[in-house]
Design a protein around this ligand. Structure first.
Ligand SMILES: NC(=O)c1ccc[n+]([C@@H]2O[C@H](COP(=O)([O-])OP(=O)(O)OC[C@H]3O[C@@H](n4cnc5c(N)ncnc54)[C@H](O)[C@@H]3O)[C@@H](O)[C@H]2O)c1
Length: 270
């Protein structure tokens, strides 16, 4: 028997990347899943591959009325929703002062207001069902700062704060709320970050600047060692009864990236 047998879940941003991996694992573990996204073609395709225990519905997480319609679709297809995975997000890559007001607002709307609205939408049904689990997909940027992504970082720290506030209010009602602080994600999201970083480095090297590319930060287990499946496994654990006493926590899936710093050359380093 799968660890999510009997659960009905909504997974946002499920058309690709971490959300898709989560929806796939949830179905493997016995859940019935409504995949939601704004990438309709990709979402429909993934849901069709998953079979009768999955369905796709367009849901722009920024819109309260879309949440109401999405919830109704999930209930009609599969019954009371007992798991919500707030995974959808967008990234803006820019220096601090280059962030436009419009993009700051957009990032906060999708990454922070969206999950807030989603939680508000599912709570009454979870109350009626006797409880539930809400898993918010954060990032290593929920635990640390990072250059070049200030709005995203603010949104992911906000999501972590929202997780804790909700966990405190809802715990007594058997609704658990936790955050996964992920390092791995889809290359679709991270590509603009790495493209801009590489371009800037190339420009600086071409201009004669000496840059120590071997310096920190160092990823203890290597960047390539992590995958969206690892993130999905933590999400599934937090959605399941195996995590029955986990509430309000931050669960890093980052290969040790946020554990501290490694100074190359120091004893024990590699
Ligand atoms: N990519 C990374 O390097 C990385 C690292 C750590 C954490 N994360 C986090 O993982 C989660 C999943 O991201 P991913 O890496 O799979 O990236 P992704 O861009 O592949 O997936 C995000 C999904 O959210 C959807 N989405 C965007 N705006 C939406 C909206 N308004 N309404 C509904 N859906 C919307 C997108 O269409 C997309 O399918 C995000 O919360 C992200 O912040 C990503």
């Amino acid at each position: 028997m799968g660890k999510l047998e009997g659960k009905v879940a909504i997974v946002t941003g499920a058309a690709r990347g971490t959300g898709e991996a989560t929806a796939r694992l949830f179905v493997e573990e016995g859940a019935r899943v409504l995949l939601v996204d704004v990438l309709d073609e990709q979402g429909e395709k993934v849901a069709a591959e998953l079979g009768s225990t999955a369905a796709y519905h367009r849901l722009d997480v920024r819109k309260p009325e879309a949440w109401a319609a999405g919830l109704a679709a999930a209930e009609q297809a599969f019954g009371a929703v007992t798991v919500l995975v707030n995974n959808a997000a967008i990234l803006e890559v820019a220096s601090f002062e280059e962030h436009s007001h419009e993009r700051i607002q957009e990032v906060l709307d999708v990454n922070l207001v969206g999950p807030f609205l989603g939680m508000q939408a599912v709570i009454p049904g979870m109350d009626e069902a006797g409880g539930g689990s809400i898993v918010n997909v954060g990032s290593i940027d929920s635990l640390e700062g990072e250059v070049g992504i200030a709005a995203y970082g603010a949104s992911k720290w906000g999501l972590r704060g929202l997780t804790k506030c909700a966990a405190l209010e809802l715990g007594r009602r058997a609704i658990r709320v936790n955050l996964v602080a992920a390092a791995p994600g889809s290359s679709e999201m991270s590509a603009p970050f790495f493209a801009q970083t590489t371009k800037r480095l190339q420009e600086r090297i071409a201009a004669g600047e000496e840059i120590d590319l071997a310096g920190p930060p160092v990823q203890p287990m290597g960047r390539g060692a992590g995958s969206v499946r690892h993130v999905a496994q933590m999400v599934a654990f937090l959605a399941s009864e195996e995590s029955a006493y986990c509430n309000g926590g931050d669960y890093a899936v980052d290969g040790g990236f946020t554990a501290g710093h490694i100074f190359p050359g120091s004893p024990g380093s590699y």
